[in-house]
Design a protein around this ligand. Structure first.
Ligand SMILES: NC(=O)c1ccc[n+]([C@@H]2O[C@H](COP(=O)([O-])OP(=O)(O)OC[C@H]3O[C@@H](n4cnc5c(N)ncnc54)[C@H](O)[C@@H]3O)[C@@H](O)[C@H]2O)c1
Ligand SMILES: O=C(O)[C@H](O)COP(=O)(O)O
Length: 530
C-alpha cells in the first residue's frame, strides 16, 4: 500500500482517482509547518502540494520512502529541486491545467487596472459617489508588451489582439516565424520598455528574470506605462516600481504575486492608490484546480506503480514518439548496466555507451539513465539509485560518460553496447531485443554469445580444451546447482573462451571458487540479474 500526503488545499475531485485506488492511502493535512512535515513525512511515498508548502531539503531528507513530489500547478520554486534530484525523488508538475485561468486573471487585472475598478468599488461601497477620480484608458490601439511567450503569455496575446491591442513580445525562444504565426511583433525587452503602454510578465522566476524590470528599465520607460504581474514576485523590482509610480513614470500596476508571500502588512503595494493586488489567485478557478489535481494525481499513480510518466521537472521530458521507441529497451539497458558492473573489477572511471542501428536516430539520453542506473545500483545499492539521480550520482563521483552512435546495423536491428573502464580493466557487454525472443546479451568482451539477461548466471573464462564443460557441469551438479542453459563463446579454436551458464539458484561462494580452480579455468564469476 502506497501512502500519499496532501499538504495544501487541492481539489477533492482532482485527487479522487488516488482516493479510489485500492493500492493507495491518501492523507489530507494542509497547513503543516516544516517541523510537522519532517516529523511525519517518513511514512509517505508521495507528497502533493500547491505553492504554500515549502518542500525543503530537510523534508526530503526525512522522507526516506518519498518517491515523488507532485505540484498541482506550474511553478516549482517552493520545491528544492537539487535536493530532490540528489535523493532520487521525482518532482512533477501540472503545466497545462491552469494556463487559461491564469491568462484570464491577467486580463481581469489589466482591465481592472485600466478602469480603476477595485479603487472605484471601495469608494462606492464606502458611501462615496465619485465619478471624477477614476478616469480610465481603453485597451484598444494600445501596445501591450508581453515578456515570456510560453503557455500563458501566448494566450494573453491572443486575447489582447481581440481587444484591438498591438502585441510586442519577447521570449528567448520566440522565433520570427512563431511571432508571425501568433500575429505579434518580435521585440527586445528594451523595445517593450520604451514603447509599450501596458506590460505583462509571464516568465518563471530565475536568476536571469529576477528584477528584469528594475531601475535601469524604469529610467527609460515610456511614461504612462501600466504593469501587470501574474507570474512570480521578484520579476519586477517592487521597490523600484513604487518609486517609478511616485515619479509619474508608471501610471499603475496590478500584482497577483509578491517577492515574499504573503507580503508584510506594511508592504508599500498594500497602501498605494495606484497599485491593485490579489493574493496569488491566478490559478484559483474551479476548472484549473480540478485540471491540475487530476493531472498530477494521474502521474503520481504512474510513478508509484512504476509505469511510464510525464511532466517530471527534474528529468528531461521524453516526447511520446521517443518514449514509444525507447521504452522496450529500458529493462535491457538496466540489465546490461548491472551485468557489466558485476563483471568489472575496480572503481568505475568511464562508462561508454554505444548505439548502432535504428536507435541511432533517437534521442537515447533517457536510455542512458537506465544503463547508468544499472551500473551504479551495483555499487551504491538499488534503493539509492534511480533514473532521476543516476546521472547526478555519476557526475558527482567524477564518472565520465561517453556515448557514440552509428546507423550501421552490426548484424542486429539495434545493438546497445556498454563498456566499463576502471583502473584495473575495461570490459564490454552488448545486447539487443530479438523479435519474438525478447532481450538477449549477444556479446561479452570479444566473444559472441546468446544469453537471456535474467536470473543467476555464472560467467567462466577458460582455455578452449576438451572436457572443460563436463568438469564444470559435474562440479556444479555434485553441489546441487542445476544448470538451466549453457553458452560457449570463443574466437579461435583452442584459444581463450568463455562459458555462460544460467543456473536455477544462487551459487555458494565456496563452489564458485572450486570451479575457478579447475584445470584450464581462469575465472568464474556469478552475476545476478533480478
Ligand atoms: N499567478 C498564478 O497563480 C500563476 C498561475 C500559473 C502560472 N504562474 C506563473 O506564470 C509563469 C508562466 O507560466 P507558463 O505556464 O506560461 O510557463 P511557460 O514555461 O509555458 O512559459 C514561460 C516562458 O518564459 C520564457 N522565458 C524564460 N526566461 C525568459 C526571459 N529572460 N525573458 C523572457 N521570457 C523568458 C520561457 O522561454 C517560456 O516560454 C510561471 O512563472 C508560472 O509559475 C502563475
Ligand atoms: O505556478 C502556479 O501554478 C501558480 O502560481 C499557482 O499556484 P497555486 O497552486 O498555489 O495557486
Amino acid at each position: 500500500m502506497f501512502k500519499v500526503l496532501v499538504s495544501d488545499p487541492i481539489s477533492d475531485l482532482g485527487i479522487q482517482q488516488l482516493v479510489d485506488a485500492s493500492d493507495i492511502a491518501v492523507d489530507k493535512k494542509p497547513g503543516l509547518s516544516e517541523d510537522e512535515l519532517v516529523a511525519i513525512i517518513g511514512e509517505y511515498d508521495a507528497l502533493l502540494v500547491r505553492s504554500q508548502t515549502q518542500v525543503t531539503a530537510r523534508i526530503m531528507e526525512a522522507g526516506k520512502q518519498l518517491k515523488v513530489v507532485g505540484r498541482a500547478g506550474v511553478g516549482v520554486d517552493n520545491i528544492d529541486l537539487a535536493a530532490a534530484t540528489e535523493r532520487g525523488i521525482i518532482v512533477i508538475n501540472a503545466p497545462d491545467g491552469n494556463t487559461i485561468t491564469t491568462c484570464e486573471h491577467t486580463f481581469a487585472m489589466m482591465m481592472a487596472l485600466a478602469r480603476h475598478i477595485p479603487q472605484a468599488y471601495a469608494k462606492t461601497v464606502g458611501g462615496v459617489w465619485d465619478r471624477k477620480t477614476f478616469l480610465g484608458v481603453e485597451l484598444r490601439n494600445k501596445k501591450l508588451g508581453v515578456l515570456g511567450m510560453g503557455r500563458i503569455g501566448s494566450e494573453v496575446a491572443v486575447r489582447a489582439k481581440a481587444f484591438g491591442m498591438e502585441i510586442l513580445a519577447y521570449d528567448p525562444f520566440l522565433t520570427e516565424e512563431r511571432a508571425a504565426k501568433l500575429g505579434v511583433k518580435l521585440s527586445t525587452v528594451e523595445d517593450i520598455v520604451r514603447n509599450a503602454d501596458f506590460m505583462t510578465v509571464h516568465t518563471p522566476l530565475t536568476p536571469e528574470t529576477r528584477h528584469m524590470i528594475a531601475r535601469p528599465q524604469f529610467e527609460v520607460m515610456k511614461h504612462g506605462m501600466r504593469i501587470v504581474n501574474c507570474a512570480r514576485g521578484g520579476i519586477i523590482d517592487e521597490q523600484a516600481l513604487v518609486e517609478a509610480i511616485d515619479q509619474g513614470i508608471v501610471a499603475g500596476a496590478a500584482f497577483d504575486v509578491f517577492e515574499v508571500e504573503p507580503p508584510a502588512p506594511d508592504h508599500p503595494f498594500l497602501k498605494h492608490p495606484r497599485i491593485i493586488v490579489t493574493p496569488h489567485l491566478g490559478a484559483s478557478t474551479v476548472e484549473a484546480q480540478e485540471n491540475v489535481a487530476i493531472d498530477v494525481s494521474e502521474q503520481v499513480l504512474h510513478i508509484l506503480r512504476n509505469e511510464p510518466f510525464k511532466n517530471a521537472v527534474n528529468m528531461p521530458a521524453i516526447p511520446g514518439d521517443v518514449l514509444n521507441r525507447l521504452q522496450p529497451y529500458f529493462t535491457l539497458g538496466e540489465k546490461l548496466g548491472s551485468f557489466i558492473a558485476q563483471l568489472t573489477e575496480g572503481a568505475v572511471q568511464e562508462i561508454s555507451i554505444s548505439y548502432s542501428g535504428e536507435l541511432a536516430d533517437v534521442d537515447t539520453q533517457p536510455l542512458n539513465r537506465y544503463i547508468v542506473k544499472g551500473i551504479l545500483s551495483h555499487h551504491l545499492g538499488s534503493d539509492q539509485v534511480n533514473v532521476v539521480n543516476a546521472m547526478h550520482l555519476a557526475k558527482s563521483r567524477d564518472v565520465n560518460i561517453v556515448t557514440q552512435k552509428s546507423t550501421a546495423h552490426k548484424g542486429f536491428t539495434n545493438l546497445v553496447t556498454v563498456s566499463l573502464r576502471t583502473k584495473q580493466e575495461e570490459r564490454l557487454v552488448a545486447g539487443t531485443l530479438l523479435n519474438g525472443y525478447g532481450a538477449r546479451i549477444v556479446q561479452i568482451d570479444k566473444y559472441p554469445v546468446d544469453v537471456a539477461p535474467e536470473g543467476n548466471l555464472i560467467l567462466v573464462s577458460h582455455n578452449d580444451k576438451p572436457g572443460i564443460i563436463g568438469r564444470v557441469g559435474t562440479l556444479l551438479g555434485s553441489n546441487d546447482v542445476n544448470i538451466a542453459t549453457m553458452q560457449v563463446g570463443r574466437k579461435l579454436v583452442g584459444g581463450a573462451a568463455i562459458m555462460v551458464l544460467t543456473v536455477d539458484k544462487g551459487v555458494p561462494k565456496q563452489v564458485l571458487s572450486e570451479v575457478a580452480k579447475l584445470p584450464d579455468l581462469n575465472n568464474a564469476k556469478e552475476i545476478m540479474l533480478v
